[in-house]
Design a protein around this ligand. Structure first.
Ligand SMILES: *Cc1c(COP(=O)(O)O)cnc(C)c1O
Length: 391
């Protein structure tokens, strides 16, 4: 298999090198408070059979990947939800079961291998939580130094997780955008690799592995897939995987993908309607999809339009209700950003084909944000001293 970069805007091709992040021509047009211009896609040339290994389709050789069991996440067959909503072919792909308990490991895994291939030992990033704790954990497996810039608002469990893995963590007095700018300045001055989402092309490319796995687990592509959307990198990664499968002749069509945003962080939905990105401060209980400016917004919208994808929003109440419903009816406890995809499915269910092969992607473990998870339950307040107190 041969790999190269291609700009998602101007279609210029480039060799893959760690120094190149965005298309030099298109990124020169970058405006403040706008999604990244000139995000690079990885293009592949070659052929494989249906029994391919995911590594065959990744642009770094297998020997460079760290010893961590990323991906191959379980595909649940949620009997109770299937019955109660009447969807006999519903599946849930649980990416909260990755090593650091979020989908972000798919990106960190490839970034780590890419850095190792070029003998780069420090990886830097800004993160609202999961990307940072993921890179810290995968970096620990690889023996790489991880430097992380976290905004004030990151949930404490994600901060603790990154510190447990031995990352150097700086807490930023401000939001993700400030953390992002500082992390780029840091990389410019100190070198190393920067893993910022969409800025590093390997983040989107790494995330495609979920689509390849779904194809292998199901023996075909799903008909419909629900994905929660913040910066839009998972969305683009999922599309990339199916695009590769189509190019390789293994599937006939790219599935219908429905991106789900929180009402309080709906920049992509608004841009799909109006044609432009207007920054608005985000506020939602689902911290992992709370973004003011979706970094990968242009690329994600381009994919959605090309493949007739859809976008929808769900309220925080719907997210919290969906989180509890999923936990209590399946045993799968996902964080609010993961529950958002399930909330989207519940909301859209009346308009969907009930016999379609439908997959909901849950992207993070529920214990990552225990404070939000408390919103949907009642903690018992009274203490009991004997069985007589309750019988
Ligand atoms: C990052 C993240 C998302 C959203 O991914 P984007 O690429 O930002 O759209 C969804 N769920 C979880 C748990 C995440 O960590």
């Amino acid at each position: 298999m041969e790999f190269s970069y291609r700009c998602s805007l101007c279609a210029r091709s480039y060799d893959i090198t760690p120094e190149l992040t965005l298309c030099p021509t298109c990124s020169a047009q970058q405006q403040p408070d706008q999604p990244l211009h000139g995000v690079l896609d990885v293009e592949l040339v070659g052929e494989v059979g249906a029994d391919f290994s995911v590594f065959d389709l990744l642009p770094v050789e297998r020997e460079f990947f760290p010893p961590a069991p990323v991906g191959n996440t379980p595909l649940w067959e949620p009997r109770n939800v299937r019955a109660s909503l009447g969807f006999p072919q519903l599946y849930i792909k649980d990416d909260g079961s990755n090593p650091t308990a979020s989908f972000k490991d798919r990106a960190s895994y490839l970034v780590s291998a890419f850095a190792r291939k070029f003998s780069i030992n420090e990886i830097t990033l800004a993160s609202t939580g999961n990307a940072g704790s993921s890179m810290a954990g995968i970096g620990a497996a690889a023996g790489q130094q991880i430097t992380l810039f976290l905004p004030e608002s990151a949930p404490i469990a994600k901060l603790i997780q990154a510190l447990q893995y031995g990352a150097k963590v700086y807490r930023v007095a401000g939001n993700y955008d400030l953390a992002y700018d500082i992390s780029l300045d840091y990389s410019r001055r100190k070198g190393g690799m920067n893993r910022n989402t969409a800025y590093n092309p390997m983040t989107i490319e790494g995330k495609k592995s979920v689509a390849l796995e779904l194809f292998q687990q199901l023996g075909r592509a799903p008909d419909t897939l629900f994905v929660s959307v913040g910066d839009g990198c998972i969305l683009s990664g999922v599309y990339k995987g199916f695009r590769d499968l189509k190019q390789l002749g293994l599937i006939a069509d790219v599935p219908k993908i429905i991106g789900v945003q929180a009402e309080g962080s709906d920049a992509l939905c608004r841009a799909l309607q109006t044609g432009e990105f207007t920054p608005r401060p985000a506020a939602t209980v689902a911290d992992s999809i709370s973004v003011d400016v979706p970094r990968n917004g242009l690329h994600a919208l381009q994919q959605l339009k090309t493949f007739n994808g859809e976008l929808m929003t769900v309220s925080d109440d719907e997210i919290i209700a969906a989180q509890v419903r999923l936990s209590a009816s399946t045993g799968l406890f996902t964080e609010p950003a993961g529950a958002a995809a399930f909330a989207g499915f519940i909301k859209a269910a009346p308009d969907l084909d009930r016999n379609a092969l439908t997959v909901v992607l849950t992207t993070g473990n529920g214990l990552k944000d225990s404070r939000s998870a408390q919103l949907g339950i009642h903690l018992p307040e009274e203490l009991i001293g004997s069985i007589d107190d309750i019988l």
